[in-house]
Design a protein around this ligand. Sequence first.
Ligand code: SF4
Length: 321
Amino acid sequence: KEVLIEVKNLKKYFKVGRKQVLKAVDNVSFNIYKGETLGLVGESGCGKTTCGKTIMGLYDATDGEVIYEGENIHSFNTQEKREFTKKAQIIFQDPYSSLNPRMTVGDIIGEGIDIHHIYKGANRKKERQEKIFELLDTVGLNKEHTSRFPHEFSGGQRQRIGIARALAINPNFIVCDEPISALDVSIQAQVVNLLIELQRERGLTYLFIAHDLSMIKHISDRVGVMYLGGLVEFTTSDELYRNPLHPYTQALLSAIPVPDPEEERVKKRIPIDGEIPSPINPPPGCKFASRCSLAIDKCKEKMPEFKEISHEHFVACHLVK
Ligand code: SF4
């Protein structure tokens, strides 16, 4: 497998007030393989979106590296950054607020083409127009939609416009930041299927961010589970669902309803009590200790190491050996 992006000890901290620091992403490391979908899961506030945005250079890193094709993107000069933004795009969570309401669909999709001067010759206007028509067709819309405005579309259609915008300059890496959570359940599968189809046709690599493990299962090759700024478990999708080892992952998986009512009734549900602690001054030791039913004394004092338990299965828990 070929590595497309290597995330090494990545940290993203935000200053809060004069003295406090919010550790949104705290020492996260993993690889993203070419052509795969890597799922990143965790409750809101766990740092997954900040992690995705730092990986694609929308935020500067506080420390650590994001290596893309052998280069750290956080050391790029302006020209190199511009080139990288052609390769890395994002699909946002909320299709209602992420599209400029004053711009036509054609201009929303064509914005990246204009910024990066993709077409240069005498025919550039025509080529731009044809590309927009082609993209609309690719995402299941049509060329009559070019001159319309975002408010004229449903949530699912708006997300299709967001996908067309992300595809406009032929990226090879797309951060999908909870692209279906704002959509009606009946529409979610359609958008996921479109993303899978596009990946197959274009060889795209996805970092797919989500807050629950149910949809991630269907789309991801590998999954990282985040808690309070750090990874607690990371492995292949099959292994994670068959053999979850971290108590937090086990609790998240136990919360997914199973279709068989009898199985659902007898299923052991592992509760996670209490709120996620603040990422400002997080507790010492294991960050999950305040909510973990298996916590022992050591957990509150010493941070568990994130280590490889078996091939490609990493876990951070004192009880997993
Ligand atoms: Fe629970 Fe301790 Fe493992 Fe943390 S290290 S998940 S507190 S058992």
